[in-house]
Design a protein around this ligand. Structure first.
Ligand code: GLA
Length: 389
C-alpha cells in the first residue's frame, strides 16, 4: 500500500469520510554545496521520492488534532495557546509534535490567521539519516495550513517559516537548504538555490544517470555542537575578510590573504569558498548534461569536506571510497551535515541496482555494518495532491 493510500485509509477509519485534503512534502538529498547555506552561498539539492503525507479535514474550534501512524501517537494543540513540550531543545528535537506546533507558531507569529484541522500523518523519509525528515514534516504541515486556511502558497516564504520553526521553536540551528528544497523541488531536476536571495534555477539530472543514497547506518551524537562550531568558524573568517558572509569572498580573494589566517580558520574558509565555486560549476555541468564533470566535482567536494571542513567520518570515507571505486560511478561524496548518516553517488542508470548491491556488500565486508541504499528519483516539492490543484 502506498503512503497516500495508508493515510487515506486510516483517515477514513477514524473519521468515516474521505479526507478534504491530502498533502505531500518530500525529503531531500544534496548533490553538492555542503555547509554553504548558512554562509549565504549556493546549494544543489533535489527533492526525493520519500516524503511526509498528511490526510486531513477542517475543524472549526481552532485546534489541531493529528495522529502519527509512525509513532502511534496523537498530538492535540490549541492554536491560540501553543506550548512547548519541554524546556530542553534536545528533548524537543526528538518529539515529532514539536515540528507541528513550531510551524503553527511561526506562521501565526508572521501574521497568518490559521484554521484548525484534524487528520493522519505518515512518512517514509528515514529519521536521523540526513535526508531531512524534519523539513519534510514541516513543509507538509505548512502546506496543510495553507490549504485549510486558504493562504497563498509562497514557497520560499513558507520555507523560511519552516526554518524559523526549527531554529526558534524546536531549537535546532539549521540553514535554509532543507526547507527550501522540500518546498520548491521539481521532478527530474536538482535545484541550484542561492541561499541569500532564495532564487532557484532548475538543473536537469544528466540523462542515463541515477542518484543513489548510501546510508552508512552510523549516527553521531553532538552533531549540533560541531555544526554550531563550524558556523562560528565561518563567521570568524567572514569578519576577517570584512564581509557579512563567506559567500562574498571569491577564490582569488581568499588565496591572496589565506596565509594571514590561522590553520583551522583557513581550511574552514577554503572549503566554503571553493564549495560555492564547485556548486556553480556543477549546475553548469548539469545544464550541459555532463555527468563526468558533475561526478568529478562531487569527488572534490568530498575531499574538501573531509580534509578542510572536517565533518566526514571513517564510515563515510569508507563508503565514499568504495562507491568511487566502482566503474559505473561518476562521483560520490558525503551529504548533509556529516559525522555519520549518508553519502550520495551519481551512477550510470542501467547499473544503479548492481552498484547499490556491490557497495553495500563491500561496505559490510570492510566495516561489519549494514548500509541502506536508496536509488532515488527527483520529485516535486510540497503539494496538495487531493483535491487536484
Ligand atoms: C544540515 C542543515 C542544512 C545544511 C547542511 C549542511 O542538513 O540542516 O541547513 O547546513 O546540514 O550543508
Amino acid at each position: 500500500m502506498s503512503l497516500q493510500e495508508r493515510v487515506t485509509t486510516h483517515f477514513q477509519q477514524l473519521y468515516g469520510e474521505f479526507p478534504a485534503f491530502i498533502v505531500r512534502a518530500p525529503g531531500r538529498v544534496n548533490l553538492i554545496g555542503e555547509h554553504t547555506d548558512y554562509n549565504d552561498g549556493f546549494v544543489l539539492p533535489m527533492a526525493i521520492d520519500r516524503a511526509a503525507w498528511i490526510a486531513l479535514r477542517h475543524r472549526d474550534d481552532g485546534r489541531v488534532v493529528l495522529h502519527s501512524l509512525d509513532f502511534d501517537d496523537t498530538l492535540e494543540a490549541e492554536l491560540a495557546h501553543l506550548q512547548q513540550s519541554s524546556p530542553d531543545p534536545g528533548e524537543r528535537e526528538q518529539s515529532w509534535g514539536e515540528y507541528i506546533k513550531g510551524v503553527a507558531w511561526a506562521l501565526q507569529e508572521a501574521g497568518y490567521a490559521l484554521q484548525g484541522w484534524e487528520g493522519v500523518v505518515s512518512g517514509d523519509v528515514p529519521i536521523g539519516a540526513g535526508l531531512s525528515s524534519s523539513a519534510a514534516l514541516e513543509m507538509a504541515v505548512a502546506r496543510t495550513f495553507a490549504a485549510v486556511s486558504a493562504l497563498e502558497w509562497d514557497a520560499p516564504r513558507m520555507a523560511l517559516l519552516g526554518q524559523r520553526a526549527e531554529n526558534a521553536w524546536v531549537g535546532v540551528n539549521s540553514g535554509i537548504m532543507d526547507q527550501m528544497i522540500s518546498a520548491t523541488g521539481e521532478a527530474g531536476h536538482a535545484l541550484l538555490i542561492d541561499c541569500r536571495s532564495l532564487e532557484t534555477r532548475s538543473a536537469p539530472l544528466p540523462s542515463d544517470t541515477k542518484v543513489v543514497v548510501l546510508d552508512t547506518s552510523t549516527r553521531r551524537g553532538l552533531v549540533g555542537s560541531a555544526y554550531n562550531e563550524r558556523r562560528e568558524q565561518c563567521e570568524t573568517a567572514a569578519r576577517f575578510f570584512g564581509v557579512s558572509a563567506l559567500r562574498d569572498v571569491s577564490v582569488d580573494e581568499f588565496e591572496a590573504r589565506a596565509d594571514e589566517l590561522d590553520d583551522v580558520t583557513r581550511r574552514r574558509a577554503r572549503h566554503v569558498v571553493t564549495e560555492n565555486e564547485r556548486t556553480l560549476q556543477a549546475a553548469d555541468a548539469m545544464q550541459q548534461g555532463d555527468a563526468a564533470r558533475l561526478g568529478h566535482l562531487m569527488n572534490e567536494s568530498h575531499r574538501s569536506l573531509r580534509d578542510d571542513f572536517e565533518v566526514s567520518s571513517a564510515a563515510l570515507n569508507t563508503i565514499v571510497e568504495i562507491a568511487q571505486g566502482q566503474e559505473t560511478c561518476y562521483g560520490a561524496r558525503m551529504t548533509g551535515a556529516g559525522f555519520g548518516g549518508c553519502a550520495v553517488a551519481l551512477v550510470r542508470a542501467p547499473a544503479a541496482h548492481d552498484f547499490a548491491q556491490s557497495v553495500a556488500s563491500q561496505y559490510n565486508d570492510a566495516t561489519g555494518l549494514t548500509a541502506s541504499v536508496y536509488v532515488c528519483e527527483a520529485t516535486d516539492g510540497a503539494r496538495v495532491i487531493h483535491p487536484p490543484q
